[in-house]
Write a protein that binds this ligand. Structure first.
Ligand code: ADP
Length: 501
């Protein structure tokens, strides 16, 4: 609306060579709220049209210069959406029809009453309004459609990129949607499009049965998420879960199934059960021996003959001692692995710790005529940041092993030196050494090299696994080199304490 309360209409151009008609039209239409432009000739009209956003043209067909019909043609060419109302001076039906054929919207015969002009312009105005409204509706419809399509493709992209396999079937068990992860979990190339029965995609009968049962609405309870586990090939374990799609009347419309890879969990389960089996095995044989030894002693007591019992009880005592250290090592290992032990790092001087251990174990070595020595480099060792008990456990284990697996009179050297900003400690013995084929296994839990010479040496097979875990915990590395009959060298590299900024 403008200031006078009139509806502001679209700009109108009046093209007529008669000044009275132009002025009359301008007067009437301006009062109705239309911005009005005027032109006396076709050429002038075209110029105005190029510069102004004219929506309605009142065009006199009988003008000097550019012929009215030709002007009409050119205006149409310029802008098809302009509505042209032709003014026919000597109203003949033929001219009007011809003009309409060329695309004129309406016509008005001269001379006309103001009311006739108002009606014809208002009609054109209304037509413009309706067209604009229809265009807006169409634009909105297209936008909604585009939004819907975008939403659809977004959902699709999400389903396609899910790491979980997804397959959706209709009530008959025909696949209607399937994502690439589904194929990948099954070890297949994701190239089979939807549209075929589920059996064509998955061989596993149990899985297909479940899909069909869910799709048929046989699991109506929403709290129930039926699951099925299967292995499509060696080493791969999948867990399928499903939900029915239920229609408005409670009928089964299909099934949505997800398939996740649970191979890692299964592998872990297997490691766990193997470990439990190993532990049970390790505990069982010393316990049976103790059991037999105690039974023997009890029998002797019953018979009143104790003469041979002391050595039996001593052996039983040794066995219980072994068991206690086995259980101790196991506890240690599990605490390290769960991250609950050796968590109090402090700045340590490794040389001092090594001196203590060597001093402590030196007494044992001497008893067996072994020579245990500590060689410290001239350059001082940089301090390390570590839990002191972890460091003691690492080198205590390595030096004890070196002493255990070296013959009486042998030599064990502990050499510590700075190396590339780290600290290197090597435990070098000239003992029995380790065969190449066994080297890769000595860090496995419970692994012990079994031969004539090691048979009588007590041990749990857990020392080196503990050492390896602890070295890893401290951010270091451990290496071993060995030659049977010549000796072994275990080299540990630990990071130095970072310098304070
Ligand atoms: P344990 O010493 O209790 O048997 P470890 O885990 O410490 O268990 O060691 C595993 C195995 O590695 C030992 O049984 C032994 O056969 C071998 N081993 C370890 N250290 C040495 C060494 N210095 N020389 C020769 N063999 C060794």
């Amino acid at each position: 609306m403008d200031a006078d309360g009139k509806a502001a209409g679209p700009p109108v151009l009046v093209v007529d060579d008669e000044p009275d008609t132009r002025d009359g039209c301008q007067h009437i239409l301006s009062r109705l709220g239309y911005p009005v432009f005027t032109a006396a000739r076709g050429e002038e009209a075209l110029r105005i049209l190029e510069g102004q956003p004219i929506a309605i043209v009142l065009l006199d067909l009988k003008m000097p210069g550019l012929n009215g019909m030709e002007a009409l043609r050119r205006i149409r060419r310029l802008n098809e959406s302009i509505l042209i109302i032709v003014i026919t001076g000597y109203a003949t039906l033929e001219t009007a029809v011809e003009a309409m054929k060329l695309g004129a919207y309406d016509f008005i015969a001269k001379p006309f009453e103001p009311d006739a002009l108002r009606i014809v312009v208002r009609r054109a105005h209304e037509k413009l309004r309706l067209t604009a409204e229809a265009e807006e509706l169409d634009r909105q419809r297209r936008k909604t459609l585009t939004d819907l399509l975008t939403e659809k493709s977004r959902t699709r992209t999400i389903i396609e990129s899910l790491p979980t396999g997804v397959v959706v079937t209709n009530a008959e068990g025909t696949v209607v949607l399937v994502n690439p992860s589904f194929f990948r979990h099954l070890g297949q190339v994701p190239d089979r499009p939807p549209g075929e029965p589920i059996e064509r995609y998955v061989e596993e009968e149990g899985f297909c049965d479940l899909v069909r049962r869910i799709a048929g609405g046989r699991y109506g309870n929403p709290d129930e998420v039926p699951a099925y586990e299967f292995s499509p090939f060696e080493g791969k374990y999948l867990l399928a879960r499903g939900r029915p799609i239920i229609g408005e009347n409670g009928e089964g419309l299909g099934a949505v199934m997800t398939v996740s890879d649970i191979s890692a969990i299964r592998a872990l389960d297997q490691v766990k059960s193997e470990f439990v089996a190993e532990v049970s095995h390790e505990l069982r044989s010393p316990l049976s021996t103790i059991h037999e030894q105690l039974a023997l002693v009890i029998r002797d007591i019953a018979e009143g003959d104790y003469t041979g019992d002391l050595p039996i009880l001593r052996r039983a005592l040794e066995k219980t001692h072994e068991l206690i250290s086995l259980v101790g090592d196991l506890l240690d290992l599990s605490r390290i692995e769960s991250g609950t032990a050796y968590l109090k790092p402090e700045s340590l001087c490794l040389a001092d710790i090594l001196k203590n251990i060597v001093g402590f174990l030196g007494t044992n070595a001497e008893k067996r005529g072994q020579h245990l020595s500590l060689e410290l480099a001239e350059d001082p060792l940089p301090p390390i940041l570590a839990d002191p008990f972890a460091v003691e456990s690492i080198f205590g284990n390595l030096i004890t092993n070196a002493l255990k697996y070296t013959q009486d009179g042998g030599t064990i050297r502990v050499r510590a030196r700075p190396r590339d900003g780290k600290v290197e400690v090597a435990v070098i013995d000239n003992g029995m050494g380790i065969e190449r084929k066994n080297l890769g296994r000595i860090f496995d839990r419970f692994y012990r090299v079994k031969n004539e010479r090691t048979r009588s040496i007590p041990g749990t097979g857990l020392g080196l696994p503990i050492v390896r875990e602890l070295v890893g915990l401290l951010g270091g590395t451990i290496e071993v080199s060995s030659a049977p009959g010549r000796g072994s060298t275990f080299t540990v590299l630990l990071p130095a304490q970072p310098l304070a900024p």
